[in-house]
Design a protein around this ligand. Structure first.
Ligand code: MG
Length: 160
């Protein structure tokens, strides 16, 4: 039996109508919203996929299918807490998590402390075990053209 597991996740949402995006459970003002069944929180969706990946339990689409009306407009922190419960039931806790947001705008850095606090609270770990980074893609590709935003996440699980 190993004492650590690692998982990675990736998520994308296209911009659409709206006046804000939700990132790490934080409402970030923006001149666009995102097209999504839930609140379209790419940070949490990528992180959930990292946690599910570490557990080899499939992906977020399996656990929270867009076809299920329960998840329409859903606060993605519900998904994160569910993933936390799944890993805790199996004797794991999150050692640390690291998320990179990729977009030209909105600017993420000012919101990172609140995002880290939300994620740490939902995972039951210290804020210093949760990292939020941000980068542009130098105006290249769909994120560079401002068509949407993406996030990548890595999470380490350790024995609880
Ligand atoms: Mg998503």
């Amino acid at each position: 039996m190993t004492d650590i597991r690692v998982g990675q996740g990736y998520d994308v949402h296209a911009f659409g109508e709206g006046d804000h995006v939700v990132l790490g459970g934080v409402r970030v003002p923006h001149e666009r919203g995102v097209l999504a069944h839930s609140d379209g929180d790419v940070v949490i969706h990528a992180l959930c996929d990292a946690l599910l990946g570490a557990l080899a339990l499939g992906d977020i689409g399996v656990h929270f299918p867009p076809s299920d009306a329960r998840w329409k407009g859903c606060d993605s922190r519900v998904f994160l807490r569910h993933c936390q419960a799944l890993l805790a039931e199996r004797g794991w806790r999150v050692g640390n998590a690291d998320v990179t947001v990729v977009c030209e705008r909105p600017k993420v850095a000012a919101h990172a402390p609140a995002m880290r606090a939300n994620l740490a609270a939902d995972l039951g770990i210290e804020v210093d075990a949760v990292s939020i980074k941000a980068t542009t893609s130098e105006k290249l590709g769909f994120t560079g053209r401002g068509e949407g935003l993406a996030a990548m996440a890595v999470a380490l699980l350790v024995r609880a």
